[in-house]
Design a protein around this ligand. Sequence first.
Ligand SMILES: Cc1cc2nc3c(=O)[nH]c(=O)nc-3n(C[C@H](O)[C@H](O)[C@H](O)COP(=O)(O)OP(=O)(O)OC[C@H]3O[C@@H](n4cnc5c(N)ncnc54)[C@H](O)[C@@H]3O)c2cc1C
Length: 361
Amino acid sequence: MVIKAEVLIVGGGFAGVSVAQALERHGVHTILVDKKDYFEVTFATLRNVTDPSSTENQARKYYRDFFCGRFIQGDVVEMSAKSAHLADGTELHFDSAILASGTRYPNMSMAKSISAMDIQSRNQELLDVHQRLKQARKVMVIGGGVVGVELAGEIAHAMPITQVILAHNKDVLLDNFKPKAQIKAQRQLENLGVEIQFNSRYQYQNGCYIDLNNGQASGADLVFEATGVLPNNDYLKPHLAHILNEQGFVKVDNRLQVIDEPSLYALGDIADVGEAKLGYLASQQGEYLAKAIARNEKGKSTKSYKRSPLMALIPVGQKQGLVQLPFAVTTCNHLVRLKQKDLFINKVYRGFGTQPNARIS
Ligand SMILES: Cc1cc2nc3c(=O)[nH]c(=O)nc-3n(C[C@H](O)[C@H](O)[C@H](O)COP(=O)(O)OP(=O)(O)OC[C@H]3O[C@@H](n4cnc5c(N)ncnc54)[C@H](O)[C@@H]3O)c2cc1C
């Protein structure tokens, strides 16, 4: 089957959905393709695993229930500057395409699933991890970035008798954050009883995790590797390898146009935009790009995309957290509670012009 698209969007995460919804508002018709049949607010998945009753099914929603353009569930396996091929043999021909295929955690599918393509199997995937967590006495999280810090805090809060270790290969947590944020995160985790091992070098060998510094095994019943993301770029390698940088991210100019490929744009985690890889920034890029494409269609130019400084609101357990703003770091309860309330699930869906599903129970 051959389908023709004015604008094809590959990937329905924060970047793809934001740009698609905004393009539809500007009167530009889109086809959004994603492997999964649902969007997921990633910010909520860690608590979903440690305390399933807190947000229940609300983080996930079928595209068909809110996306206002055309949605096709499919796996893009190959792409050129004019067409994309899905695993089921469908060919999609386009005038322009937006690459928004994001990233994955190679060994932590609970953070972003690489196997659960429908909501039911995703719910089950998270519930299975919850059951394994409940049975574990000693849990280790490897990686002291945002996801590692948040995960260690969530486990320690929800399962206070479980021993939680956070192993990081540097001597501070949250590498690119301000020193005050790094110290606050450390103190808050220690308040929850998390043991932090700095400068560790754990590697999986012969069925267990060994610290290469001293040859000691971790002794943990359950280990999570929150050690960074890989770009979802396999479909680009056959015909578009030249658009990837050395790390495998898509090279874009300051209007989010792919370098040397005028029919392609890229944004969000997959793109080398020069900003932190965060969902709220992917959405911001989506709003910008939709406006730029709509103006371009009318023969009008657009200013360059303005990169934002790193801001983040990181929950550390369900009662604490820290906020990094452009000029300050704070643990002010009022701000922290903004996210603790529902992990921004409502805010994200409101931004997409919809609301979360009703709770199941
Ligand atoms: C646990 C966790 C907590 C986080 N917390 C925060 C937070 O508090 N605040 C924040 O701003 N950010 C947070 N982030 C980061 C945020 O989730 C990412 O920056 C964001 O998901 C990037 O969005 P994206 O649309 O670029 O990519 P993704 O979310 O990775 O979406 C890419 C989409 O493309 C699809 N896809 C990939 N390849 C193909 C293909 N070949 N064919 C079809 N479809 C494909 C995937 O199925 C996926 O739906 C968190 C991330 C995690 C994992």
